[in-house]
Design a protein around this ligand. Structure first.
Ligand SMILES: [Zn+2]
Length: 212
């Protein structure tokens, strides 16, 4: 059977357009992904579509740190493995922009406190910061966490990350003035422009130890 040419192009174009919306993916890469899928066998495509369609139900957001984790089969509260662990230092709360940054810090093995994932960093000209990053949930987390003594801002060293760190410092100092909280940032070793997810383990570890 010969399918009408217009129909075939539309489906392919739609798929390419979906891939183009992925972070960091340009039109050429998006096309490459679509043609790659066209060359795979039906079993591969079936597994891929099944994974994608179950993603939202199989993965949950931790109610404490807001990171993504595998939805537990039987638990009344949705806490991830880090937030449910008894071996973490509850006095430290590290704020990161994304899950991938949390993973980079975990890989250093040099941090044993808790985390909070903002979801993204704050664009410099953003007029509604509360809608962009999870600031309300963050304050709630700190208010509930009476044991927290230090907030570590672990954000990218690019203009957006710096802006996010400045905004949070101001908000934390303003709204939590009654709490004796130490607010620190990652230190020496990370050069300007560094994105945490690409920083190597040793550099990140030393920046963590030398926080200021
Ligand atoms: Zn968690």
């Amino acid at each position: 059977m010969i399918l009408p040419k217009v129909f075939k192009m539309n489906t392919l174009e739609k798929l390419i357009e979906k891939f183009r919306q992925f972070p960091g993916i340009g039109p050429r890469q998006a096309s490459r992904f679509a043609y790659f899928l066209l060359r795979q066998n039906p079993a591969y495509l079936k597994e891929l579509t099944s994974l994608v369609s179950h993603l939202k139900s199989e993965v949950s957001t931790c109610e404490k740190c807001r990171r993504f984790f595998e939805t537990p089969r039987s638990a009344s509260r949705l806490f991830c493995s880090i937030c449910s662990s008894k071996n973490r230092d509850g006095a430290k709360l590290m704020i990161v922009a994304k899950d991938i940054d949390l993973e980079a810090i975990e890989k250093t093995g040099g941090y044993h406190g808790n985390y909070f994932v903002l979801g993204e960093s704050l664009p410099i000209l953003e007029k509604n910061p509360e809608q962009k990053i999870a600031i309300k949930a963050l304050f709630q987390r700190i208010e509930n966490g009476k044991e927290i003594k230090e907030i570590i801002l672990a954000l990218n060293l690019n203009p957006e990350g710096e802006h996010t760190a400045d905004f949070l410092t101001q908000e934390l100092n303003g709204q939590l003035a009654s709490r004796e909280l130490k607010i620190s940032r990652l230190g020496r070793g990370l050069s300007t422009g560094t994105e945490l997810e690409y920083a190597d383990k040793d550099t990140l570890n030393s920046a963590l130890q030398n926080r200021f």
